[in-house]
Design a protein around this ligand. Structure first.
Ligand code: ADP
Ligand code: ZN
Length: 437
């Protein structure tokens, strides 16, 4: 890969490690000054005796207090604001998957910088002017829609703001305007596969798709493979969260071996969620992020609750920006059954590796007579129901066996027909814990 023409933003992407660290320090100090304007951080810094001059090296960041989602909720709506109201041009509210929403404000500078980050991500994967980009995610308060939209326009792609849902129309748009690049939530990408199959379509033959960006919820390598095979495309993992702008925090390059975090814009730490101490590269922990180039609402050491690791070593693309492993899930997604800790994505990984398994599943946890039960309700291909019972039993046995191998417990299985489970166009609900209801 040539280093000269593969960067959309060479001054930020083609830095050496030393140059990147110097830029980070300079931006961190500026951020501390800026964030000290908010009532919330003023009080926090006073408590900890922090002033902008406390930060001399990047390691000094550990002296700063952590910020949690609860802090953001308590400060709702304006407690973290660092500019006058007249400087604000945008408000997003996190989708509230895990409780009361949080507000994030953007100045003109922030919206511009975010669009640059997104353009950089898309360019990195090979999207170019002349491509048609279809954005199949919700617009509005969810940051995924407008984040990609602005990035795509900044890059100069023909941008179709189709939003989520209305699948037949989506397919029509793909056909009429020869969509080449699209952005979609993984569970909706799977559902759209079923709809295309039902319509007798083969996207490899009937469409012009080349590239897709999948993110906003955890998904497994097996889902990536299914989606790539079916549509005949390259899938790139996209990570972000509203508190850090939205998408564009970390993104895969053509080597697809972890997502580069844009360290000129975000300072990254991985901590042990219990001790709050940093963990070595390669070790799983909680992702903690600090904005380095945000004006309206900088956030220091934000505990994302997302569990991942830094992949050690250098990437073949030449970028020195650290790479994050696939996000395993939020610490809140983990459930405990019969003493075993499980993430829904572990179940998915097993299911999607089995050819006869369809594209949707849900995990149900139930307590009956004081005994916990885990039920995996999963769609299987039509064929299974028309073939003889022995075949069905064999598949059932195989799924149970493979799940036991991964989880160390055997869940109860309910095999259902395609489309039997409710589909979503937004983030999928993979776990129903009836024990909490
Ligand atoms: P909410 O927190 O209400 O869901 P957001 O839209 O800000 O609202 O969601 C951000 C969260 O989505 C992240 O913290 C992470 O848990 C999840 N997420 C985003 N991208 C990915 C991805 N590529 N893989 C796994 N999880 C992701
Ligand atoms: Zn790379």
């Amino acid at each position: 890969m040539s280093r000269t023409n593969q960067y959309w933003d060479a001054p930020a992407e083609a830095l050496s490690r030393d140059e990147l660290s110097a830029l980070q320090l300079q931006r961190l100090i500026k951020t501390i000054e800026q964030v000290s304007l908010s009532p919330f951080y003023q009080a926090r810094f006073r408590e900890c005796g922090i002033t902008p001059s406390s930060i001399r090296t990047l390691e000094d960041i550990r002296r700063l207090p952590l910020t949690t989602k609860t802090d953001l909720r308590n400060q709702y709506p304006y407690g973290l604001l660092c500019v006058e109201r007249e400087k604000l041009v945008r408000l997003h509210v996190s989708s509230g998957t895990t409780g009361q929403a949080t507000a994030v404000f953007y100045s003109r500078h922030d919206v511009d910088h975010w669009a640059d980050l997104m353009a950089r991500c898309m360019y990195m994967t090979g999207a170019r002017p002349g491509d048609t980009f279809q954005n199949l995610t919700g617009y509005g308060l969810f940051t995924g829609g407008l984040g990609f939209h602005y990035g795509s326009e900044r890059l100069g792609l023909l941008t179709i703001p189709s939003g989520a849902g209305n699948s037949k129309r989506q397919i029509q748009l793909m056909q009429d305007f020869s969509t080449t690049v699209f952005h979609i939530i993984p569970s909706y990408a799977l559902r759209l596969m079923d709809i295309m199959t039902e319509m007798g379509m083969d996207p490899k033959r009937d469409l012009s798709l080349r590239i897709a960006y999948l993110g906003a919820e955890p998904y497994s390598e097996e889902v990536r493979r299914r989606v790539e095979d079916f549509y005949g495309i390259d899938v790139y993992n996209s990570y972000g969260l509203s508190e850090m702008n939205g998408p564009g925090v970390a993104f895969e390059c053509p080597y697809k071996c972890g997502m580069h975090i844009w360290e000129d814009a975000y300072f990254v730490e991985i901590i042990d969620p219990e001790t709050l101490e940093p963990v070595p590269d390669g070790t799983l922990g909680e992702l903690v992020l600090t904005t380095l180039n945000r004006e309206a609402m900088p956030i220091i050491r934000y505990r994302s609750k997302d569990l991942t690791r830094i992949l050690p070593g250098e990437c073949s693309c030449g970028r020195v920006h650290l790479r994050l492993d696939r996000i395993q899930g939020r610490s809140d997604d983990m459930f405990i059954i019969k003493g075993v800790n499980i993430f829904p994505v572990q179940v998915e990984q097993v299911l999607m590796n089995i050819e006869e398994v369809g594209n949707n599943y849900v995990i149900i946890l139930r307590r009956e007579n004081n005994i916990d039960r885990m039920i995996v309700r999963v769609e299987v291909t039509d064929r299974i129901f028309v073939e003889d019972m022995r075949h069905l039993q064999r598949i059932q046995k195989k799924i149970a066996h493979d799940l036991r191998g991964e989880l160390l417990i055997t869940p109860d299985l309910e095999l259902v027909e395609p489309h039997a489970l409710p589909g979503t166009e937004g983030k999928a609900v993979r776990l129903i814990d009836e024990r909490r209801i």
